[in-house]
Design a protein around this ligand. Structure first.
Ligand code: NAD
Ligand code: DAU
Length: 362
């Protein structure tokens, strides 16, 4: 089977491409990626070397109709990861999010519809997010289930929900074999260091402030990336067309607990003084519209496809810390461009305000 993976140079995409090629000797993978700030060819340099005859990289845009049509005519499946993925950046300006996440997904759906007309057995996997459901209260007994109406609350999740709806519409209107994964907060190797886990690891190592938004009691369900990849592959191969599947880690944790664990893990490995590094935790002004809690019921995936997370939260975080400590050169290279300006714009003033007592400590 030839599988088109979009966004394969990003965090989850690069792990997924490696996973597919390593576990399926008969598959060919074509990776379509625009190489935005979040995409790095270096994340797949081992794949280029190890699987040269079954892997091809194409630099291009999911909004490019001619390119996508040509690629889909050759492929039997697409796994669509490509997106603008960072909530904070969407709050700073949402246009790119609508362009790539909504119009890019629409272009791919439309190209697949035309390229696969009359074919059977193909699959279009749209990688959505648990954020499309909106937010839960801390004590809400109901978890997100697939039949819950979508109610996104920030520009990123609104763009992902629009594409989720479009994907469902292409199944209902045209019979396109669309399958959707709605996954929770994923962590592991090759995640761009703007996200909570790698950002904290880098700052703990460097002895810089650890910026925690608001009271830090926001809850996410943490999913190790290889568990996400196994689930995505199961949906691709055995999922029912027209269905959405939640993918969760069964590991709800408040952000402060995640940050404290990361401090402990880094200090243990580098022989740093624990209390000194913990004192770097700095509560800064909150993310506007910050969703209090995401919590996923991933029972459907387990019942229908037999997939459950295999990696325990503490074990997964320990492995992730080891990977980042061993790959500090990768982190430095991927953040060497415009990232410093982004970091200063996002955190500079909020850290200064926290330093002058502008933000309450909890
Ligand atoms: P990422 O930001 O690390 O990678 C995105 C990739 O998409 C990059 O390689 C980038 O170059 C590429 N890209 C961006 N715009 C493109 C375009 N117009 N054309 C082609 N390529 C383009 O993202 P990620 O964290 O790996 O997330 C992958 C997918 O999973 C996204 O759709 C995201 O919404 C979804 N998701 C992520 C998480 C998470 O915790 N990371 C959780 C749930 C869902
Ligand atoms: O839930 C799935 C989503 O998880 C995906 O759809 C998104 O693509 C992915 O980026 C992620 O979104 P979050 O906003 O939850 O991830 P982030 O790592 O940005 O933040 C995790 C939590 O940590 C969130 O409550 C905000 C908080 N945070 C984040 C950063 C970067 C901080 O307190 N400080 C920080 O510096």
């Amino acid at each position: 089977m030839q599988i088109l993976v979009t966004g394969g140079c990003g965090f989850i995409g690069s792990n997924f491409v490696r996973h597919l090629l390593a576990s399926n000797p008969d598959d060919q993978v074509v990776n379509l990626d625009l190489l935005t700030y979040a995409g790095n060819l270096e994340s797949l340099s081992d794949v280029e070397a190890d699987f040269a005859s079954r892997y091809r990289f194409v630099r291009g845009d999911v909004r490019d109709e001619k390119l996508c049509l040509g690629l889909l005519e050759q492929a039997q499946a697409v796994v669509h990861f490509a997106a603008e993925s960072h909530v904070d950046r969407s709050i700073g300006g949402g246009a790119e999010f609508l362009q790539t996440n909504v119009l890019g997904t629409h272009n791919l759906l439309e190209c697949a519809r035309r390229a696969w007309d009359g074919e059977t057995g193909n699959s279009f996997v749209y990688v959505s997010t648990d954020e499309v459901y909106g937010a839960l209260e801390l004590d809400d007994p109901e978890l997100f289930r697939e039949d819950r109406p979508l109610a996104p609350r920030n520009p990123y999740s609104a763009s992902k929900a629009a594409a989720d709806h479009l994907s469902q519409a292409y199944f209902h209107t045209f019979g396109l074999p669309v399958k959707i994964t709605r996954c929770s907060n994923t962590y592991g190797p090759y995640q761009f260091p703007e996200k909570l886990v790698p950002l904290m690891i880098a700052n703990i190592v460097a002895g810089e402030p650890l910026p925690v938004y608001g009271d830090g009691l926001y809850v996410r369900d943490w999913l190790q990336v290889s568990d996400n990849c196994r689930a995505t592959e199961a949906v691709l191969r055995q999922g029912r067309a027209g269905e959405a599947y939640n993918v969760g880690g069964n590991a709800e944790r408040p952000n402060l607990e995640v940050v404290r664990l990361l401090v402990e893990l880094v200090c243990e490995r580098l022989g740093l003084e624990l209390e000194e590094r913990l004192s770097l935790i700095t509560h800064i002004a909150d993310r506007p519209g910050h969703d209090r809690r995401y919590a996923t019921d991933a029972g459907k995936l387990q019942r229908e496809l037999g997939i459950a997370p295999a990696i325990d939260f503490e074990e997964g975080m320990a492995g992730t810390v080891d990977w980042y400590l061993d790959h500090q050169d990768w982190c430095q290279r991927v953040t060497s461009g415009a990232y410093r300006d982004y970091y200063q714009k996002m955190y500079g003033q909020r850290l200064e305000q926290a330093g002058t007592g502008g933000v309450q400590e909890t």
